[in-house]
Design a protein around this ligand. Structure first.
Ligand code: SF4
Ligand code: SF4
Length: 444
């Protein structure tokens, strides 16, 4: 199961202009600094009245989209028109799609609607999720892996671990995520890696737009594009009433429920697991693990979005309504997927081929000596700042401002307290000068 060569992503699309899916819409930003405090990796600065995202630190968690009161952050994905460049196209719908529509529309009808929009086939991510569940159950039997294992299905969580908790990298489940497994089965198992066949994820998630271009854990993705659910929602709604319904759905309850928090752990059947959603709560759990406070936990299902993938920034429905819908839909499904018309990939085929490394975005300089000198300067400056973390300098904390200063990206006087201190000092010097003026100079 190796992704074959062929046309790759539309270089003209908005999503392709940067590796990241989460972007700023500068004309909407008023520089209010609300977002800088919420970013889990301190990836945002406000300078000259506008926010700016530091690419190396962004994990595409979408938190800034949720918190910006002015709608100045957005997640971009590929346009549906991208499929026109392929001889045969396969839609790879994430199960979160099913939760965007009320139960009046069956899963078969939603999948048939995708065909009416121009796709030739569908392959459900939920079906691949069941394959990943079975492989994870095998890994859980191995005594040589650390406990707890941390799910690697959420790309934002994997990047968060790389950036903030590198000591936890060995805990990540070393398997391809379901979206990638789905694309590989659809293209390679079912089409023999034929030229001109494209696989397009229908995604709730900004992070998956990014990992399709720059995968973590493997060299190359089999996906040829990632289309946001929010961009397909209106056209899909438009064809649901008229598209002939075909029996296309094969996934069972176990795979479909991966789209909500606790779904993955339920499918795994591991009772000693923690399921956590929302980036702040995920950080709390990872910190507890790093501080060796989690005893007797075998598995952590960690999802950056509220309520799980159903709450991704590329969805349209309220996350909690969507989660409820998904539960209702799943209850009517068989426990597992119907028998598949292909040979299931082996554990070796599902394994990571390039385990993730610690991300060095936080390193001050590649030269160790230089980095140590900068670190000293940074600590000295930080200790002279008021420690209020007020954000009025445009950095999320006094420590972050000190770091920006030693990197040459900010000035100490961006801090209003430092500025006031400097002005007071200057005024004092001017007064002193006044006092030592030679006699006669003050006369007109
Ligand atoms: S929250 Fe951030 S992006 Fe939104 S307006 Fe304020 S500074 Fe700009
Ligand atoms: S997407 Fe997440 S990591 Fe990236 S800038 Fe926004 S809040 Fe920060």
């Amino acid at each position: 199961m190796n992704p074959s060569d062929g046309p790759r992503f539309d270089s003209r699309s908005d999503a392709a202009k940067s590796l990241h899916s989460v972007r700023l819409e500068p004309e909407k930003c008023v520089g209010c600094t609300t977002c800088i405090k919420k970013c889990p990796t301190e990836a945002i600065r406000v300078r000259k009245g506008r926010a700016r995202i530091i690419d190396e630190r962004c994990i595409d968690c979408g938190e800034c989209i949720r918190t910006c009161p002015h709608g100045a952050k957005k997640a971009v994905s590929d346009p549906l028109s991208l499929i026109a460049g392929y001889r045969r196209t396969i839609a790879i719908p994430a199960p979160a799609l099913y939760a965007q529509f009320d139960e009046r529309w069956s899963i078969d009808r939603l999948l048939s609607g995708l065909l009416a929009l121009g796709f030739d086939e569908v392959f459900e991510v939920a079906e691949a999720a069941e394959i990943v569940t079975a492989a994870t159950q095998e890994l859980m039997k191995r005594a040589d892996l650390p406990r707890p294992l941390i799910s690697s299905a959420c790309p934002a969580v994997v990047k968060l671990v790389q950036l903030r908790y590198p000591s936890l990298i060995p805990h990540l489940v070393p398997l391809l995520p379901p979206v990638e497994v789905a694309a590989r089965i659809a293209k390679e198992r079912l089409h023999g890696g034929e030229e001109g066949v494209g696989a397009f994820l229908v995604s709730p998630c900004a992070g998956k737009v990014t990992t399709a271009r720059a995968p973590v854990g493997y060299e190359r993705s089999a996906l040829d594009g990632v289309i946001g659910i929010k961009d397909l929602y209106v056209p899909l709604r438009g064809v649901l009433g008229t598209a002939p319904e075909r029996a296309l759905s094969r996934a069972g309850r176990a795979g479909v429920e991966w789209a909500r928090t606790e779904g993955e752990a339920d499918a795994l059947g591991e009772r000693r697991s923690i399921s956590v959603d929302g980036i702040a709560a995920v950080i709390g759990v990872l910190e507890a693990l790093e501080n060796e406070k989690l005893n007797d936990v075998a598995y952590i299902e960690a999802l950056a979005c509220p309520a799980g993938c159903v709450g991704g920034p590329l969805t349209v429905e309220n996350p909690y309504i969507a989660r409820n819908r998904l539960r209702n839909r799943a209850e009517a499904l068989p426990p597992r997927a119907a028998r598949a018309p292909y040979e299931a990939p082996s554990l070796a085929e599902l394994a990571w081929t390039r385990p993730p490394a610690a991300r060095r975005a936080l390193a001050l300089d590649p030269d160790m000596l230089k980095a140590m000198i900068m670190m000293e300067e940074m600590d000295l400056l930080a200790s002279s700042l008021p420690g209020l973390d007020c954000g009025s300098c445009g950095a999320p904390s006094c420590q972050a401002l000190a770091e920006d200063v030693v990197r040459g990206l900010a000035s100490p006087t961006d801090c209003i307290f430092k500025l006031r201190e400097n002005v007071r000092e200057l005024a004092g010097k001017l007064l002193a000068l006044e006092e030592i003026k030679p006699p006669g100079l003050d006369k007109e």
